[in-house]
Design a protein around this ligand. Structure first.
Ligand code: SAM
Length: 317
């Protein structure tokens, strides 16, 4: 479906839970989330109805996210059913990777075609710090399990954080030489409750090209990342700049939160509820949401924080 500004909306990010087995400092509060009532969250059937409704409006790519999607007990059948929906060409999933040693093979068998795995540092102490208690070795085991399960085009997502991982840009980029994976550096977004981080934590994507003079440009793949490659590398390096160079003109996505709200724009508080609607009602609501998608998300900086009204774990990234 085409929105009011001529953009073809073909990508749905579906958050299946707000809960997570980590507590990344830029993503969610230390004490987790205020657990919502079970009956306020979308059921598995409602999630699948929403994906069917979205597919009937032209959504072709589905990304399952969270919170941490792999802590959801029925995640494998949910992805399997979503992959069978007519029109859905690919089901991708974003995860911190911790549960992939158990789930990578079943997910692949169920029809998940691609994985993005979050990895902000290669230092075990820093990993424990940024995730508030996670173990780097568990994330690395998850990456290995995804490769062993036969996933191709795995993307590692690194949030660039000044004073935290800017000294590791070369080491992280080197993963694309050692492993058949892509790596994406993503600018830190000033969400409404990222209390630990102020302007000094923000570093622009341009720092990566400064630090890695060998990077060679690669033709864009239709996504929002500017693509590069290190000589001899097995995978690309993508730079994603939601803050310093927004890509709203090319935004082709909508989001559905685990509590059933359609968000036409990540950084807007405008939401449309799907909870309790039948599939036709969902279709109409999705259509309205797509037509209400704003031209751009407005100024975004550490002075002008996101107006999303939610933390990232309650949206899905
Ligand atoms: N738990 C999964 C994971 O760790 O990938 C999926 C959910 S997480 C919200 C999705 C993505 O959002 C992750 O790659 C994470 O790094 C990113 N993210 C969360 N908060 C962010 C922020 N303030 N700025 C930039 N990216 C952020």
């Amino acid at each position: 479906m085409i929105d009011s500004f001529g953009r073809e909306i073909s990508y749905l990010r579906l958050s299946v839970t707000e809960l997570c087995n980590l507590r990344c400092r830029y993503c969610m509060p230390e004490d987790g989330v205020c657990k919502k009532r079970h009956e306020d969250m979308l059921t598995q059937e409602e999630m699948l109805a929403a994906v069917r409704a979205a597919a009937s409006l032209g959504i072709r790519k589905l990304r399952v996210t969270g919170g941490e999607p792999l802590i959801k007990p029925n995640i494998v059948p949910l992805c399997g059913e979503a992959a069978k929906i007519e029109g859905i060409g690919e089901v991708c999933l974003t995860t911190n990777g911790l549960l992939l040693p158990k789930l990578a093979k079943p997910l692949r068998k169920a029809g998940v075609s691609r994985l993005n795995i979050s990895l902000d540092t290669l230092d075990a102490d820093k990993y424990a710090f940024i995730t508030r208690g996670g173990k780097l070795e568990d994330a690395m085991s998850g990456i290995r399990a995804a490769l062993d399960a036969g996933f191709e085009k795995i993307k590692l997502n690194t949030v660039l954080i000044g004073g935290f991982n800017d000294g590791e840009i070369a080491a992280l980029a080197d993963l694309t030489r050692r492993l058949p994976v892509d790596l994406r550096f993503i600018e830190l977004m000033p969400m409404y409750d990222s209390g630990d981080f102020g302007p000094e934590s923000f570093i622009s994507y341009a720092v990566v090209t400064d630090r890695l003079p060998d990077l060679e440009p690669v033709e864009a793949d239709g996504g929002v990342a500017k693509l590069f490659r290190l000589p001899g590398a097995k995978g690309n390096i993508g730079l994603i700049s939601p803050v310093s160079a927004h890509f709203c003109a090319a935004c082709n996505r909508i989001r559905i939160t685990a509590d059933g709200k359609v968000k036409p724009c990540l950084h807007s508080s405008e939401e449309y509820s799907l909870k309790g609607l039948d599939e036709e009602g969902m279709r109409e609501t999705l259509r309205r949401a797509i037509l209400a998608k704003p031209r751009w998300h407005g100024e975004l900086s550490f002075a002008e924080r996101s107006r999303a009204g939610r933390n990232m774990n309650q949206i899905g990234g």
